[in-house]
Design a protein around this ligand. Structure first.
Ligand SMILES: [Zn+2]
Length: 463
């Protein structure tokens, strides 16, 4: 089934969704705002030109709002007329990832052409994430052009380097914090996945995911010391043997799973649709069957990583130079994605006593999970309501985000940080296109996403 079959109310905001919204995205895609880890390779003039374009394309925003440059990042403030409501912030990033060298010829339309063909707008950034940046601008411009003024202050914040080092968002959040700003909610990118609820025991029900937090990340480094020598005398074992034992201990003693608030929320929401046993019985009494539910989740590919810190042993090195030589010092890395309970300290406290003291343990890098936003919060409920208006048959559920985005930086000043780009493109198109070749967005998905942004802004910020 095509996602477009789920679209409803495509007749709304017809005054906005003229060719201008399409032309603005096409124009935006022609600016080569590629960000590189080595920032000396980044063409900042392309960002300057992109800024000039935005300023000329959105006269109502420029007349009513205040534009601030924070490095090459943009912060637009649209002051609210009421003084009691906390502001809302809509974010996206200006930068795009480079074109993989050697793949230029594989693009059906040149990556910075902004071509309009076959019902799609083509180009690097059309799914990640200039469609959302331009979408925010289109929505705000329309509402202002009707002579309306926001009741709640609205910020539009567009970083310059989300794909690389996130300096832009760090500086923006610092500035807002210094000004004493607290936010009601933040809306950031992340593609909503549409999936069947079969793993929950509700086959035939379609789910769509809203990201409410990001899992943490850790590379746990294990080192085994050894002097080496001849393999005919492996008294007390080898470094490779010790490492293998340590990895095996870790894998057979995973951190216990947790039934998070967002998973409970999802199960409550899904309960009337769950037709299959044993989940039907379990979900009817979640407290009693918590252990059974967790065991069920661990057995299903789409669920286990929602309830547990995952462990993937990914590297081991260097081994011995020959089969009859004992290896010297060896190390291994276990890549972990952490649920909120499992901070790096918690992970270390769990594994240290289980593993032989001869094995050294340290983190190459580690960052705890971000703070989950509640599905009961105002921002979440409003977004969900608007999405239900525009998309038929989808049950929206709160989940962890798969990738890291700039959004987590706003958790310092906001209790409700939502990751959801309302541009529901077909799965094969987005899988192929985001960071890949032939990135494109269908005009229908693009315009429907802007309707969502318009209505969300109108309902939460203007009335
Ligand atoms: Zn992105």
């Amino acid at each position: 089934m095509s996602n477009a079959e789920l679209f409803r109310h495509e007749d709304e905001y017809s005054d906005l969704l003229s060719s201008a919204a399409v032309e603005h995205l096409r124009a935006a895609l022609r600016f080569q705002t590629v960000s590189f880890v080595d920032t000396s390779r980044t063409d900042w003039k392309a960002f300057d030109a992109f800024h000039d374009f935005l300023k000329s394309a959105y006269p109502h925003i420029m007349a009513y709002g205040t534009w601030e440059d924070i490095g090459q990042s943009i912060l637009i403030t649209l002051p609210g007329t009421g003084d009691t409501l906390l502001p809302a912030l809509f974010m996206a990033h200006q930068d795009v990832v480079p074109i993989q060298p050697g793949t230029e010829q594989n693009w059906k339309h040149a990556p910075f052409s902004g071509d309009l063909a076959d019902g799609y707008i083509w180009g690097r950034g059309s799914m990640d994430i200039k469609e959302m940046l331009i979408g925010h601008m289109e929505a705000m411009e329309l509402l202002l052009s009707k002579g309306k003024k926001p009741k709640r202050t609205v910020y539009l914040a567009f970083g310059e380097d989300e794909e690389t080092c996130s300096r832009g968002v760090t500086a923006t959040v610092k500035l807002l914090r210094e000004r004493g700003v607290r936010l009601e909610y933040v809306l950031d990118e992340s593609s909503g996945d549409v999936l069947d609820a079969g793993d929950y025991g509700a086959p035939g029900t379609l789910l769509c995911t809203i990201g409410v937090y990001e899992k943490g990340y850790a590379d746990l480094h294990l080192t085994a010391r050894a002097r080496g020598g001849h393999s005919s005398n492996p008294f007390r074992g080898t470094s490779l043997g010790a490492l293998s034992q340590a990895l095996s201990t870790m894998l057979s003693n995973p951190l216990p799973p947790v039934l998070s608030d967002s998973m409970r929320h999802t199960l409550r929401l899904l309960a009337p649709k769950i037709t299959e046993e044993p989940m039907r019985t379990y979900v009817a009494d979640m407290d009693r069957y918590e252990k059974e539910i967790l065991a069920w989740c661990l057995k299903h590919e789409s669920l286990y990583h929602q309830v547990q810190t995952t462990m993937a042993p990914t590297m081991v090195s260097p081994g011995a130079p020959a089969a009859n030589v004992l290896p010297g010092d060896m190390w291994a890395v276990v890549n972990m994605r952490l649920i909120p309970r499992d901070t790096p300290d918690y992970v270390m406290a769990h594994f240290r006593p289980l593993i032989s003291q001869d094995i050294e343990l340290s983190f190459d890098q580690s960052i705890a999970a971000s703070r989950p936003s509640s599905p009961e919060s105002y921002g979440y409920r409003q977004l969900k309501g608007v999405l239900e208006h525009y998309f038929d048959r989808l049950l929206f559920i709160p989940v962890q985000n798969r990738g890291a985005t700039d959004c987590r930086h706003y958790e310092e000043i906001c209790g409700c940080c939502l990751r959801f780009g309302p541009f529901l493109e077909e799965e094969d198109v987005s899988r192929e296109g985001i960071h890949g070749t032939n990135e494109r967005i269908s005009v229908r998905a693009y315009l429907q996403g802007i309707r969502v942004l318009c209505r969300l802004m109108e309902e939460t910020c203007f009335s």
